[in-house]
Design a protein around this ligand. Structure first.
Ligand SMILES: NC(=O)C1=CN([C@@H]2O[C@H](COP(=O)(O)OP(=O)(O)OC[C@H]3O[C@@H](n4cnc5c(N)ncnc54)[C@H](OP(=O)(O)O)[C@@H]3O)[C@@H](O)[C@H]2O)C=CC1
Ligand SMILES: O=C1OC[C@@H](O)[C@H](O)[C@H]1O
Length: 296
């Protein structure tokens, strides 16, 4: 089992076997020369016959050019809008700070591009509602707009949901979801996740997973007025190299609410775990229905 896992990681992300591309393969452009694009799209696309990563745009042309060279991407654009104006691009992958998702998703839809939009799709509820109900996204022939919560396509997650959605499982009594990150592992000082002005923080980064997970279980849409939450603000003493005063961003948060099916739901997100378990990024989701418990 361990060998199979390591081999899937190796061939999926480190040395993907190159595929012969179909003539009608989707040509993706990257909006932002981001840290996550190589693992999320560039490497997996190499072995996919229907996907080509054809272009990258960054705020700085030289940075875009060196990123393109490193990742073997043929077209370089010196601005995000120049990439959107490129007629050879069918779809864009937007992996910018959360604060920038709404603007660039709308601009991409306006340019007629399909959009794979990093999570969370926007920086707040008003933007989410405006984006997903916008005629550019809802018209009959509108481009596809997809938020990049990739875990929903995993068979383990679909099995978990099927167990809870099975009518014989009974009503969900309680649900819990959590996501933990060891301090400094993925969010060192200076990272976009620690910037309030870029819509960072534990809730906006890791917290989006548990909240998203809870809301997919039957009867878990939060009832208005039932929500409570607590947060611990960033403790800069844990990190070296902070240049800015950051006092507003959360490094840990938990929340609870009543789902519209009557269940008690709880969630927790910690971007800064120190000592003990977990020493790797970890995520748990549990639903209790009748006499049964489903966990993933
Ligand atoms: N689905 C998943 O599993 C994951 C999703 N994500 C999401 O992807 C997004 C990007 O994350 P990540 O790749 O770690 O981010 P990066 O730190 O790599 O930043 C992404 C891009 O944002 C631009 N940028 C960086 N700092 C600023 C700034 N101060 N002001 C304006 N733009 C800035 C840069 O664009 P340029 O290149 O043009 O300079 C950069 O390439 C986030 O929304 C995150 O939540 C992240 C990790 C995993
Ligand atoms: O979405 C994410 O998943 C992986 C994490 O490392 C990262 O912080 C987050 O943005």
């Amino acid at each position: 089992m361990v060998f199979s896992l390591l081999s899937r990681i190796y061939y999926g992300f480190i040395r993907p076997p190159p595929a012969h591309k179909q003539d009608d393969a989707i040509r993706f452009g990257l909006i932002g020369a981001s840290q996550i694009a190589p693992i999320a799209l560039i490497a997996p696309a190499k072995s996919h016959p229907e996907v080509i990563v054809a272009a990258v745009a960054a705020r700085d042309r030289d940075r875009a050019a060196s990123y393109a060279k490193k990742h073997d991407i043929p077209i370089v654009h010196a601005s995000y809008q120049a990439l959107l104006n490129d007629p050879s691009i069918d779809a864009v992958y937007i992996s910018l700070p959360n604060s920038h998702h709404y603007e660039w998703a709308l601009r991409a839809l306006k340019a007629g591009k399909h959009v794979l939009l990093e999570k969370p799709s926007t920086a707040n509820a008003a933007q989410a509602s405006a984006l997903f109900t916008h005629p550019l996204a809802t018209a009959p022939n509108a481009p596809v707009l997809l938020e990049a919560f990739h875990y929903v396509f995993h068979p383990a997650w679909q099995t978990f949901l099927a167990l809870l959605r099975d009518p014989s499982a009974g009503r969900i009594e309680s649900a819990f979801a959590a996501q933990y990150m060891p301090a400094g592992l993925v969010a060192p000082a200076g990272d976009i996740r620690w910037r309030y002005d870029l819509a960072g923080g534990a809730m906006m980064d890791f917290g989006t997973y548990p909240l998203h997970a809870l809301r997919q279980m039957p009867g878990q849409e939060p009832v208005k007025g039932s929500l409570g939450a607590e947060a611990r603000l960033l403790d800069r003493a844990k990190y070296r190299g902070f240049e800015r005063e950051e006092t507003e961003v959360d490094e840990y948060m938990r929340a609870w609410f009543r789902g519209d099916g009557g269940a008690e739901a709880r969630m927790e997100a910690d971007l800064s775990v120190t000592g003990g378990w977990p020493f790797l990024p970890a995520s748990w989701t549990r639903g209790v229905a009748g006499d049964g418990v489903a966990e993933v």
